[in-house]
Design a protein around this ligand. Structure first.
Ligand code: AMP
Ligand code: MG
Length: 289
């Protein structure tokens, strides 16, 4: 059966990258949605099995980071992937504009507080990467962070990339598997989805005038993503550039990356020691009377 070659979606660590050479409309190797029929359901089933073992084994945790432009399908990709995850093993966090309390701390603080426990999957809908994306595109946001003057220099973005790499390395060494997804939507498809949101009363709530303002900075965002992905895609915490013009493909690609990450681990139900085996036989004996 055909499979998406997910290794081709990885942003090469340390290499300059051009998003223009990644086609947002790609659905390779599938010619159309019909050709991938049934695959998402299957993937969701497989994910469920794997997350049950992850939870029972209680050794590893998985952190999934989702970043994208507005209307790239972040929420819907998360929703569909979640359908395949064991709810007791999953924790989702959405990062919005930082609150005054959050601004009174370093930029990692709010994310570090909600990292997934062992045996669980943490899904970040946006993340600390906003600090090198929206804040880089709008550097005036830095002022609200009240950093000491000498700490904000022209090197700040490189320093933040370095800090992020170090923290991710630390997490990796402690048993957190990281997978990061940039949902890559084209500017034309974003426009089409915005118009759809404006025309469909059921989708009006998703729209904010600010989205159109940010759209005007689309190219600046692409530069910020290129720089961030090149600087922070590592072997232990790779970035995947997921084509996002076709939502069915986005969901399938994300699900497949997660399955592959879990399958690369030595997942197994915890072995029963002697005492536990004796306990179970005793329980069996009593239940049978
Ligand atoms: P939405 O996901 O549409 O509800 O929008 C959330 C908004 O919060 C987006 O415009 C993000 O860019 C913004 N946001 C998230 N994190 C940060 C941050 N650390 N600094 C500034 N804005 C942020
Ligand atoms: Mg929005």
């Amino acid at each position: 059966m055909k499979k998406i070659r997910t290794e081709r979606l990885i942003a090469a660590p340390g290499k300059r990258m051009r998003l223009s050479s990644h086609d947002p409309a790609s659905t390779s190797p599938f010619a159309s949605e019909q050709h991938a029929e049934g695959m998402l359901k299957k993937a969701q089933k497989r994910l469920f099995e794997l997350t049950e073992i992850l939870y029972a084994q209680d050794r590893w945790s998985l952190l999934l980071i989702f970043q994208a432009m507005d209307a790239a399908g972040k929420d819907s990709a998360i929703k569909h992937v979640m359908r395949g995850l064991d709810p007791k093993a999953t924790q989702v966090f959405t990062f919005k504009v930082p609150s005054p309390e959050e601004l009174d701390h370093d930029f990692m603080w709010r994310a570090l507080k909600v990292l997934p426990e062992r045996g669980r999957i943490g899904v970040f809908n946006r993340s600390y990467y906003e600090e090198v994306l929206v804040v880089r595109v709008h550097p005036e946001l830095l002022e609200r962070q009240h950093l000491p003057p000498g700490r904000v220099t022209r090197k700040i973005w490189n320093e933040r990339y370095e800090d992020i790499r170090n923290i991710e390395k630390y997490l990796g060494r402690n048993g957190t598997i990281l997978r990061k997804f940039f949902l890559h939507v084209s500017k034309a498809e974003q426009r089409r989805r915005f118009l759809e949101r404006l025309e469909d009363p059921a989708k009006n709530w998703k729209f904010a005038l600010n989205d159109v303002k940010e759209r005007a900075r689309f190219d600046d965002y692409m530069r910020a993503y290129e720089a961030a992905l090149a600087a922070t895609s590592t072997e232990i915490a790779p970035w995947y550039v997921i084509p996002a013009d076709h939502k069915w493909f986005t969901r399938l690609a994300v699900a497949q990356v997660i399955i592959e990450a879990l399958e690369s681990l030595d997942l197994q139900f915890p072995p029963l020691d002697r005492a536990k085996q004796r306990e179970l036989s005793e329980a069996r004996r009593r239940l049978r009377g």
